[in-house]
Design a protein around this ligand. Structure first.
Ligand code: UN1
Length: 484
């Protein structure tokens, strides 16, 4: 049985315990997978539109419980209330979208080479899907994975981050209330051991992971050793916003503040590099710094708060070390660059919104994911140089360009090597009906959300139906042309 318990705390006030859960061990994972497998057998024979109705009902329950869930997200993950509400809204939107997919095409029909013969494709479930999810979108990301997995006819075992277990439990509880059958979706808790037990389990046919690159690599390697299995990875980002000299600078300021400091910079899509034309860098930085200094840090549940804490003190120390190293390498602090204390939030992990200038693309701060409120400004003198800097990264999640020149914008869309590109908007704020994911080390080719979100949770089956009443060989077996 489970060995011990762990607690999640409020990152703004770590003495406040949010919830306590058992640390799941191999036996707990075994049990959860067995429950999911048993429930999945019945679920697989439920017609897809009927599965979709249950997903739609999940959206209804989430909408009804939005306020309660948003407060939990704010307290457990440290997101300011409006963003915590957005996290839940993303799950509500995902339910509506995925429910709609239940009455949409489930494959395609194709002509065959012979008369009286037709080809089509359909999807079948993979069985039990193992999911490992992060704390930064503790309701949205489980919904991106669980709803399409359910629509595709699968059972689920999910291990949420140890930082936000209560949010995941509350989400799954809403799903059960909506009528998701008993045992179909199961939660296990804890750290790497529970995740590993899930990944290696022979009945877990697919693994969907969102988190860091090193852990993603280990998850994939382990899954392949014990498989092969379907493995979809959604990993980090080092997202850049390009500002050309003709950009609307007021718009840039709004976008950069939201992109870099929204969610305290802890989205995988957060704007982390500001690649600015040298003609406008002085003017832009003046207003950006002024505005950044006005942002109110505080308790995420207070209405006046703009920026909440980072997830814990260790994280804030790690961010600080990265900033110190950047200074060592030649960067200058334009604002921020330190952890701060907030009154009424004892021990809270707050880090000041930070802008670093004089950053070179070779500096560690320009290459490594920070996952905190730090924006590095890199100057460029031309469009080509800007694209070069954006693409000079091991990551390829999101990027954006601010320019009034449509030709330049479209050239950027084509040349930027990321899974998501924005024009005149920051790097965050993806909508759930467009594919979400990235190139290079950000992932392994899968996309979440959108129609393609179903791909990681289903196997495609190609079907040939010959209604000619005779053996008709395909062209490879019946075409003359080789003499011998
Ligand atoms: C994440 O940070 O892991 O694009 C996801 C966005 C959100 C999703 C972010 N819709 O900002």
């Amino acid at each position: 049985m489970s060995e011990g318990t762990f607690a999640s705390v409020n990152p703004a006030r770590p003495s406040e315990v949010i919830a306590e859960f058992p640390i799941s061990d191999g036996d707990d994972v075994e049990e959860a997978v067995a429950r999911a497998a048993a429930a999945q057998r019945a679920w697989a024979s439920v017609p897809v539109p009927a599965r979709a109705e249950i997903v739609a009902a999940c959206g209804d329950v989430l909408a009804r419980r939005k306020d309660e869930l948003a407060h939990l997200v704010a307290r457990e993950a440290g997101k300011v209330l409006v963003e915590a509400g957005g996290d839940v809204q993303e799950a509500i939107d995902m339910a509506a979208y995925i429910a709609g997919q239940g009455r949409n095409a489930w494959g395609e029909t194709l002509p065959c080479e012979m008369p009286d013969k037709i080809g089509f494709t359909t999807r079948q479930p993979v069985g039990v899907v193992g999911m490992v999810t992060p704390w930064n979108f503790p309701v949205a990301i489980p919904s991106w994975k669980i709803f399409p997995a359910l629509l595709a006819g699968n059972g689920v075992v999910i291990k949420p981050s140890e930082y936000a277990p209560a949010c995941c439990e509350a989400f799954v509880d809403a799903c059960r209330e909506a009528g998701v059958p008993d045992g179909l979706v199961n939660v296990v808790h804890g750290y790497g051991d529970a995740g590993r037990a899930l990944v290696v389990h022979p009945d877990v046919r697919a693994v969907s992971f969102t988190g860091s690159v090193p852990t993603g690599r280990r998850v994939a390697a382990t899954a392949m050793e014990h498989g092969p299995k379907l493995v979809s990875l959604e990993l980090g980002g080092k997202n850049a916003m390009v500002v050309m000299a003709d950009a609307d600078l007021d718009l840039v300021v709004e976008g950069a503040l939201f992109g870099a400091f929204g969610t305290a910079g802890q989205r995988c899509t957060s704007t982390s590099r500001l690649v600015v034309h040298s003609d406008v860098v002085g003017e832009l930085l003046d207003s950006l710094v002024q505005r950044a200094e006005k942002l109110v840090l505080g308790d995420p549940t207070s209405p006046g708060t703009d920026v909440g804490p980072v997830i814990d003190r260790a994280s804030s120390e790690r961010i600080d070390q990265m900033v110190l190293r950047a200074i060592d390498e030649g960067a200058t602090v334009a604002t921020g660059g330190r952890a701060i204390e907030v009154q009424g939030c004892d021990g809270g992990a707050f880090y000041a919104p930070t802008i670093l200038r004089d950053v070179e693309r070779t500096h560690a701060i320009a290459r490594e994911e920070v996952f905190g409120p730090v924006l590095s400004v890199i100057e460029i003198d031309s469009f080509n140089q800007a694209i070069d800097v954006v693409n000079d990264s091991e990551y390829g999640l999101s990027a954006s360009i601010y320019t009034r020149d449509i030709n330049q914008a479209m050239r950027a869309v084509h040349r930027i090597d990321t899974g998501i590109v924005y024009v005149n908007a920051p790097t965050i704020g993806a909508e759930i009906h467009l594919p979400f994911g990235g190139t290079k080390h950000t992932g392994n080719g899968f996309r979440e959300a959108g129609k393609r979100g179903l791909e990681q949770f289903s196997e495609v089956k190609s079907v040939y139906i010959d209604y000619s009443g005779k053996l008709q060989k395909a062209q490879i077996d019946n075409r003359p042309g080789v003499t011998g």
